[in-house]
Design a protein around this ligand. Structure first.
Ligand code: TRH
Length: 387
């Protein structure tokens, strides 16, 4: 049920830290524009983070058009245009009071959505699409939750992503081009290719030690990010940067530049195993279908553990019991900051022994997730019903 192309969407994105807030907001904005023909404006308070994953962004421009999306640097004292038909507060962002006042004065009130963080916990279904009236203004904001079940908004996935992945993997030329864009030699011999993106912590050098001492040749590909500090510590260096290479026993390390989201997708498709984090890379690893390891965003008071276990529980449905134990154990140690190389190394070997089972399970898991429809299409349907 496509909305009129004139439908205007404003997305407010306050970058709390890292890249997930803007990563998801940007993906959503592009999909709304490209696949649904919406007129999209993105308000972002940190253009520098945005520029990292989309180099076309000018971090100094107060207003610009990027891929046919209007991007405003969101600063406190700013004048807003007429409020849009649909307004999205992304991940705890709050459209400013002056904008809300203007929304409340529109003859047709905008559809106002609070796009929430991703979680596999049961309570999400109870809160999805729930209205929350503004305490003072005649406005209602609706909670919209991404998720892994039919009672949620689903996950972001571009319409042609699955097909693009298959074409990419079927083309030796496309794969070779991607390796060279990452400034890497294409894989040779039997080396396992692993990508590493995470928050860092003691389990990083611990696992690298286990890999270095192991018998399986591994090439570890690390895009420039926070985890690099721990990789550098393991390598005995004060810092590492894109282009650096190091070898320790069975382990070769290649530090990669941080590239666009589309390039990062290709890296996930190319690697045999992907260590991911947060929200967006975690979802992209699921579309990549290779075995993956999730470094969950750590929350104060340890609230993330319930989230981690809720996901493992859902993802593990239909999984072979041994594989389920191996995933739970290895992910738990990885997130806990395990410092025993013997313990973490053993958990890794158990996990990696089951890689073929995990790969097969992941194909079924991705297919199951696709049946939920994607988050953007679900959001459009929700908004159109209320316009
Ligand atoms: O950066 P993150 O840690 O973001 C987090 C999460 O969203 C978390 O839930 C939230 O609470 C916190 O931010 C504030 O991890 P995430 O979500 O995986 O986002 C990383 C983005 O970076 C993702 O869109 C992929 C992108 N990326 C690139 O575009 N190029 C790259 O080379 C790499 C490594 C990542």
């Amino acid at each position: 049920m496509p909305a009129s192309p004139a439908t205007r969407w404003d997305i407010f994105c306050n970058v709390v830290d890292h890249f997930g807030d803007i990563g998801v907001s940007w993906r959503l904005a592009r999909q709304l524009r490209e696949e649904h023909g919406m007129a999209v404006t993105l308000y972002v308070d940190d253009l520098e983070s945005f520029r990292r994953l989309c180099p076309a962004v000018d971090a100094d421009a107060p207003t610009q058009s990027v891929e046919d999306i209007t991007v405003h640097r969101w600063v406190e004292a700013m004048r807003f245009e007429r409020p849009a038909d649909v307004v999205i507060d992304a991940f705890g962002s709050r459209a400013p009071p002056a904008y809300l006042e203007a929304m409340s004065k529109r003859p047709t009130r905008p559809v106002w959505i609070n796009l929430e963080y991703l979680s596999a916990e049961d309570w999400v279904e109870d809160c999805h699409r729930v209205p929350s009236p503004h305490p003072r203004l005649p406005l209602t904001r609706f909670f919209f939750f991404p998720g892994f079940t039919a009672g949620t908004g689903g996950l972001l996935e571009e319409r042609h992503l699955a097909q693009q992945r298959l074409s990419f993997l079927g083309s030796a030329e496309a794969r070779a081009t991607a390796w060279s864009c990452w400034e890497c030699e294409p894989p040779s011999g039997e080396r396992t290719q692993i990508s590493l993106f995470g928050y860092g912590g003691p389990s990083v050098p611990t696992l690298l030690r286990a890999w270095a001492d192991g018998s399986e040749p591994i090439r570890l590909l690390v895009p420039e990010s926070r985890v690099l500090d721990d990789v550098a510590r393991f390598a005995g260096q004060s810092a590492l940067r894109a282009g650096d290479r190091a070898s320790f026993g069975a382990l070769d390390i290649a530090v990669l530049p941080f590239r666009t989201q589309a390039d990062y997708d290709q890296l996930l498709w190319l690697c045999d195993c992907n260590f991911v984090r947060g929200e967006d890379s975690f979802v992209r690893a699921q579309w990549a279908e290779h075995p993956f390891v999730w470094n969950i965003y750590p929350q104060t008071g340890g609230a993330h553990w319930a989230k981690l276990h809720a996901f493992i529980h859902r993802y593990g449905e239909g999984m072979d019991a041994d594989a389920m134990v191996a995933v739970r154990e290895f992910w738990r140690l990885w997130n806990r900051g395990e410092t025993s190389s013997a313990t973490l190394g053993q958990a890794w070997r158990r996990f990696w022994l089951l890689r073929e089972d995990l790969q097969a399970h992941n194909a079924g898991w991705a297919a199951k997730l696709r049946t939920l429809g994607n988050l953007t299409a679900n959001l459009v349907r929700f908004a159109v019903e209320r316009l």
